[in-house]
Design a protein around this ligand. Structure first.
Ligand SMILES: Cc1c[n+]2nc(N)[nH]c2nc1OC(C)C
Length: 323
């Protein structure tokens, strides 16, 4: 069965390539019917040789039997939330604080992204194989939704690299496109089931299904927006380049991501996305504007969420007595 296992491996590579072209580049090379034919051919071969089935095969998206509950997973790196800006002034103040903290004057480059209105997730690839996935939860602990994440078509079960990192944690938003949301509510109405108020609730409800066969029917999608843990790889020096790198590995990122030089371009980006918000085909609730250079991100760090109810009212710095 050496020939058979070569046939199986060749089909798997072909299917992964076509999934990448379709879901990540939005440039399918073959019609859907041809993709289905290849997938069925692989299913047939695996059915005849079950000992050759491996969890990262494109046929293994819906496997697990329904869970009875969700295991808890603790994030090695906390999944933090974002401070908000509600006006151009807020953004100028944000940029000014950064410049002051960095002691810089030249313009900053920002990586600007639409903020998808879905559910933040963490997906861990071990040696390029999808091994674990969790919800954000409270930022420290989330729920193990690995079997449900595996059913999302644009999430690769294996990274497209011959030299994958030992560990790579992809963070992103799982969302339900408008078309899938309308279809789901229509089906629910026809079957006298409850409808969802909005795509975000529908995505949350679909990801927290105990039966992955139900999740699979919900047509969810992922857009990655950052990297958590990474081991065994030298990452690019800017956030934008890291997102392009993820895309080259077969991880889908949003196609409205842009680099902007300085606050004027950033605020124009914000207006551009606001103007096209109704044509995107999925819900967004704003934009996320990030300092692009990783070295500057590390220099700026995080502010732990200080209590809103307490403040330290300090005495003026005492004049140092010169003895
Ligand atoms: C919480 C979050 C949410 N989002 N959404 C996008 N597009 N980027 C992004 N980045 C986030 O956090 C990073 C700053 C790590």
């Amino acid at each position: 069965t050496q020939i058979i296992s070569q046939q199986i491996e060749q089909l798997r590579q072909q299917l992964r390539y076509h999934e990448y072209q379709y879901h990540v580049l939005d440039q399918p090379q073959i019609p859907d019917a041809e993709y289905d034919r290849l997938l069925n051919q692989l299913k047939q071969l695996e059915a005849e040789h079950p000992q050759l089935i491996s969890p990262d095969s494109p046929t293994q998206r819906v496997g697990a039997k329904p869970l009875v509950g969700f295991r808890q997973i603790t994030h090695e790196l906390p999944m933090l939330s974002l401070d908000n800006a509600f006006s151009d002034q807020d953004f100028y103040a944000f940029e000014r604080r950064i410049q002051e903290r960095l002691g810089r004057v030249e313009e900053l480059t920002f990586c600007c992204e639409p903020k998808l209105d879905g559910l933040a997730v963490s997906i861990l690839y071990l040696n390029g194989v999808l091994s674990q996935a969790a919800t954000r939860g409270d930022g420290t602990t989330g729920e193990d939704i690995t079997s449900n994440i595996r059913t999302i078509r644009n999430i690769p079960l294996q990274l497209l690299s011959d030299t994958p990192p030992a560990r790579l944690e992809v963070r992103g938003e799982v969302f339900m496109p408008h078309q899938a949301f309308e279809q789901l509510n229509q089906d629910a109405l026809q079957h006298g089931q409850k409808t969802f108020a909005n795509p975000r609730n529908a995505a949350a409800g679909s990801l927290r299904q105990l039966d992955p066969k139900i999740t699979r029917q919900r047509h969810l999608s992922l857009n990655a927006y950052s990297i958590g843990i990474s081991e065994g790889v030298e990452l690019p020096a800017t956030h934008y380049a890291r997102l392009q790198w993820l895309k080259s590995l077969g991880i889908p990122i949003n196609n409205e991501i842009r680099l902007c030089q300085g606050s004027a371009e950033v605020l124009k980006y914000y207006q551009d996305i606001a103007a096209k918000r109704d044509q995107l085909g999925y819900d967004i609730d704003g934009t996320v504007l990030k300092v692009n250079a990783i070295a500057l991100q590390e220099q700026l760090g995080f502010v732990a969420k200080a209590p809103r109810w307490a403040i330290a009212y300090k005495f003026p710095a005492q004049e140092q007595l010169t003895l």
